[in-house]
Write a protein that binds this ligand. Structure first.
Ligand SMILES: C[SH](C)CC(=O)O
Length: 267
């Protein structure tokens, strides 16, 4: 019998994450821009369900296409590849920025300087994410990373005296942002500050910074993933710049699948 197409095998369904995620907005755009994706759809669930379905498919060497991003522990765990995206529906590389409320630099200059200095690599973030995935509590995982990377942390805090007061951090519920937020929270606490962490959706997180209800976040995926939220609030916050370069979003498949581009998918 003729070999089923990837679309037939997957019932024309891409495996997504939470419906409000930026990568899901980008995927809706991809479904519009690629004529060959006519009839395809993206299922929404959660990043935990997506990684569970990915693991199950790989265990049974079955086809699967997920909305994926770097940094993510799945690339350390599995042999994966991004599908080429010739129409750049997912952009090219992404970076993650640190954003603070207006007035924060004046109110808490030492904490703001540490947040401004915060900069690490996809491998750094991925190593904390992997610990989270293995069940380590976020505070413990952050402390472990700090203990093993004292040189980097010293770069962020050198010349800055200990401070006091509470820094209110907002973040989104993905392991990448749980990692960055808990690392910077523990570094601030080592420098004498208290921290108050609030998890929110992407829009409410940007709104909290714009309203001054939160002081800072290290979760802005740009220019594409969270670009719409950034543009909406950009006059109401202060962008301290990149805390991570070399991020990426796109459609990700196990390397055993013989498709290499989004254009290889057929309606
Ligand atoms: C960490 S994922 C790129 C989150 C998102 O897609 O908004």
């Amino acid at each position: 019998d003729s070999k089923e197409s990837v679309g037939e095998q997957l019932d024309y369904t891409l495996t997504g994450i939470e419906s409000g995620a930026g990568i899901m907005v980008a995927t809706d755009k991809a479904l519009e821009e690629y004529d060959n994706l006519e009839g395809w759809e993206v299922s929404s669930s959660s990043s935990a369900v997506m990684t569970e379905q990915l693991g199950n498919a790989i265990e049974n060497k079955e086809p699967i296409i997920v909305t994926g991003w770097t940094p993510h522990w799945k690339f350390a765990e599995y042999d994966l590849k991004y599908l080429e995206d010739p129409k750049e529906a997912y952009g090219s590389t992404e970076h993650i920025n640190t954003i603070v409320r207006k007035g924060f630099e004046e109110d808490m200059p030492k904490a703001a300087k540490i947040l401004d200095n915060f900069k690490w690599t996809p491998d750094d973030m991925q190593s904390v994410m992997l610990e989270l995935q293995e069940g380590t509590d976020p505070v413990k995982a952050a402390k472990n990373w700090i203990e093993n990377n004292g040189d980097k942390v010293d770069e962020w805090t050198k010349g800055i005296e200990d401070g006091s007061g509470t820094v209110k951090l907002a973040y989104v519920p993905w392991q990448s942002e749980i990692s960055s937020t808990h690392v910077i929270s523990e570094v601030l606490k080592q420098k004498g500050f208290e921290t108050d962490l609030t998890q929110a959706g992407i829009g409410p997180m940007f709104q909290a910074i714009a309203d001054g209800d939160s002081d800072a976040m290290t979760s802005a995926w740009l220019p594409r993933t969270h670009g719409d939220h950034y543009e909406k609030f950009k006059d109401e916050f202060v962008d301290l710049g990149e805390n991570l370069d070399g991020a990426k979003i796109g459609l990700v498949v196990p390397k055993y699948m013989d498709i290499d581009s989004i254009e290889d998918l057929q309606p």
